[in-house]
Design a protein around this ligand. Structure first.
Ligand SMILES: [Zn+2]
Ligand SMILES: [Zn+2]
Length: 330
């Protein structure tokens, strides 16, 4: 099969003919039709995440159809079914985290497109238990970005509880999806962009944000919660300063630059800073139930599998108009 392979961080991906994987016990062999590109792919590529599997096939927002079912796979899926394969690819099911409904923190978790091969390829194998059915209202390209930007965004959003005044720092793919859910749930939305990025601020207002401005500005009201999707550490004390008493800052990314020091008075009065790591299957089930009701709309730009390097370059340069989705022709 054809795959875009990463031999080492900081190298270009190479189009290569590699052996088609065989589904092991409890696994599905999936013929991939689309795989969305995530910022985490850039972090892996840049060597910002430790110990990736090498050589590696990137990609963890995979949409495809079941081609073969391995031994002892449960009967949840049938040949030909459409499935979504997310970042969380495997957990041991027995560590203290797994046994307390926190499989996202599993000590031995494996991650798609990072510690196991992902979706920049014609086929992949995936553990049946971690695959999702996807809502019918979306086609393969539309639904792909929901598998990470949507899901991890949703987990970040849930951490804000029932915050009425919600700030979002960094208005990229995840923010755009989560903003739609926040507005559907009647939250007051405040969007922070790079200072001077008037176009994005305008887009946020058109979507329904009550206010949009630069990340160096204070919102017109104190916030009950803020989610930071940009991988910029100095935003953490900025967001903290924008919070009302008892507010929470949720860092939604897997990698962030260092956070500068700040006065304790900014944290005082039960303000909270937390991060979101990975996802649980329950997040996925909830999100895929909710997304079509909103309905959450994705913006995408498609590339052929062979153009993965171009898609990544354009993502890095901020030149994309939507989430890049690689399409894989039969
Ligand atoms: Zn575990
Ligand atoms: Zn991702």
């Amino acid at each position: 099969m054809r795959a875009m392979v990463l031999d080492k961080p900081k190298r270009r991906l190479e189009l290569r003919d590699v052996p088609k994987p065989r589904p092991g016990r409890g696994q599905l062999l999936v013929r991939i039709s689309a795989c969305a590109v995530c910022r985490t792919d850039l972090h892996v590529l840049d060597g910002e995440l430790p110990d990736p599997k090498l050589p590696l096939i990137l990609g963890h927002q995979i949409v495809g159809r079941v081609e073969e079912i391995g031994e002892e796979a449960n009967s949840k899926f049938h040949i030909g079914d459409r499935v979504g394969i997310p970042w969380l690819g495997w957990t041991d099911g027995e560590c203290a985290y797994c046994r307390s409904n926190r499989e996202n923190l599993c000590d031995r978790a494996r991650f798609t497109g990072y510690t196991i091969d992902g979706g920049y390829a014609e086929f992949t194998v995936a553990d049946t238990r971690f695959c999702f059915y996807l809502p019918d209202r979306y086609n393969d390209v539309e639904v792909a970005p929901l598998l990470c930007a949507g899901l991890i965004g949703y987990r970040s959003y849930r951490k804000t509880g029932d915050a009425r005044r919600l700030g979002i720092y960094g208005f990229g793919n995840a923010a755009h999806l989560i903003a739609q859910i926040a507005l559907y749930e009647k939250r007051d939305l405040f969007v922070f962009t790079r200072p001077g990025d008037v176009a994005t601020q305008q887009a946020a207002k058109e979507l329904g944000a009550l206010w949009a401005g630069g990340s160096d500005e204070m919102p017109p009201e104190k916030l009950d919660a803020a989610i930071i999707f940009a991988s910029v550490g100095p935003l953490v004390p900025m967001a903290l300063r924008a919070l009302a008493k008892g507010g929470i800052v949720v860092c939604g990314g897997i990698h962030m630059s260092d956070i500068p020091s700040f006065p304790y008075a900014d944290l005082w009065e039960e303000r909270i800073i937390t991060s979101v790591a990975n996802l649980t299957r329950r997040d996925g089930e909830e999100f895929f139930e909710l997304a079509p009701r909103v309905p959450v709309q994705t913006k995408t730009e498609t590339f052929h599998l062979e153009q993965a390097n171009t898609a990544l370059d354009r993502f890095r340069a901020g030149e994309l108009k939507g989430t890049a989705v690689l399409t894989i022709a039969e």
